[in-house]
Write a protein that binds this ligand. Structure first.
Ligand SMILES: NC(=O)c1ccc[n+]([C@@H]2O[C@H](COP(=O)([O-])OP(=O)(O)OC[C@H]3O[C@@H](n4cnc5c(N)ncnc54)[C@H](O)[C@@H]3O)[C@@H](O)[C@H]2O)c1
Length: 306
């Protein structure tokens, strides 16, 4: 299959979301608020009721772009018993990508496009639904060698419709990258909190901003965090080793380097990228993102450090 071809303008496809908790419920509500046809299903009647209140049609018949927004352990079986249009494109919001691709790639083939919106809070379930959750967020979208670019663009268009910016990645690149910026922060937050607990009640009573900010994410559902790190064990172990090596450095050097990375505020240089897999992946690798899709290319930006 050629990786570059003209793409005709098509009407926005309907979206069906399976799992109407924090991520899926927020996506469905955001699309409904934008006037899009959106339906969904959840095993929890309370989640279904919340989605309905946001204008989502509750049904087990899924069509258009089907979004799996269930916990990682449920991904492989989430479509069991549901009626899925055989032509539907299927995507997911899971926090790791290689294991989900291994589970869903073989049965779905090029109908599957893996994704991961980089947003969410330490809350979970339908009571955490927020239609603004995706505004300004990066949304990693997997472009494997056999990904159907037309289906990738259909999913990208949904991410753009809710205000996210699309980062083209491979599943392997994604898992390596999020090990450093998501899995390790969750584990380090757990270690900080556990060590503060060992330090005793006085330490915990004095805990303020630094402790709150450094441990916020470990208030998340432990099952979610365990799935996030265990599902990405190899890259997470490598990323933790890098953190251990950093901690062994002289403190003044470490603080200066960490501060420089955290305080850097690169600008954005606008770019146009052809609808071509390698060009799109280059954009993602350079730290850029897609903000708009046009007929034969996408618009986006790359970091401008000049
Ligand atoms: N929470 C985050 O910060 C975050 C961020 C990005 C991606 N994700 C990913 O998004 C996905 C959903 O996470 P969440 O935080 O929204 O979880 P959540 O617990 O808030 O919601 C999950 C929903 O899925 C439903 N569900 C469970 N099994 C189901 C099944 N078999 N069929 C239909 N519905 C089912 C649950 O009832 C629940 O409503 C996960 O794969 C997670 O890795 C989470």
């Amino acid at each position: 299959m050629s990786s570059t071809f003209p793409v005709p303008t098509m009407p926005a496809p309907p979206v069906s979301v399976v799992g109407l908790g924090q991520l899926g419920g927020s996506l469905a509500a955001a699309l409904a608020a934008a006037g899009r046809a959106v339906s969904g299903w959840d095993v929890d009647p309370a989640a279904r009721a919340t989605a309905e209140a946001h204008g989502v049609q509750v049904t087990q018949e899924l069509t258009g772009v089907v979004v799996l927004a269930v916990p990682l352990a449920e991904m492989a079986t989430a479509l069991d018993g549901l009626r899925v249009d055989p032509g539907a494109t299927v995507t997911d919001l899971g926090s790791v990508k290689v294991p989900v691709l291994a589970e869903l790639g073989p049965p779905l083939g090029d109908r599957f496009v893996g994704g991961h919106p980089m947003c969410g809070t330490e809350r979970s379930g339908h009571t955490a639904v927020d239609p603004e959750l995706f505004a300004g967020a990066r949304w990693a979208l997997c472009l494997e060698p056999d990904t159907d670019l037309r289906r990738w663009l259909r999913v990208a268009e949904i991410a753009l419709a809710v205000g996210a910016e699309v980062v083209p990645v491979t599943a392997t690149e994604h898992d390596d990258a999020v090990a450093a910026i998501s899995a390790v922060p969750h584990l380090v937050a757990a270690a900080l909190a556990a060590a503060a607990g060992q330090a005793g009640p006085l330490a915990l009573s004095l805990a303020a901003g630094s402790f709150r900010d450094g441990t916020r994410v470990i208030a998340s559902d432990p099952a979610f965090v365990t799935a996030l790190v265990a599902g990405n064990a190899g890259p997470t172990t490598a990323a933790l080793d890098r953190v251990r090596a950093q901690l062994a450095r002289p403190w003044a050097e470490l603080v200066a380097d960490g501060h420089a990375v955290r305080a850097a505020t690169p600008g954005r240089r606008p770019v146009r990228v052809p609808l071509d897999r390698s060009a799109l992946l280059s954009l993602g690798r350079s730290g850029g993102a897609v903000t708009r899709r046009l007929a034969a290319f996408v618009e986006g930006w790359i970091p401008d450090t000049a």
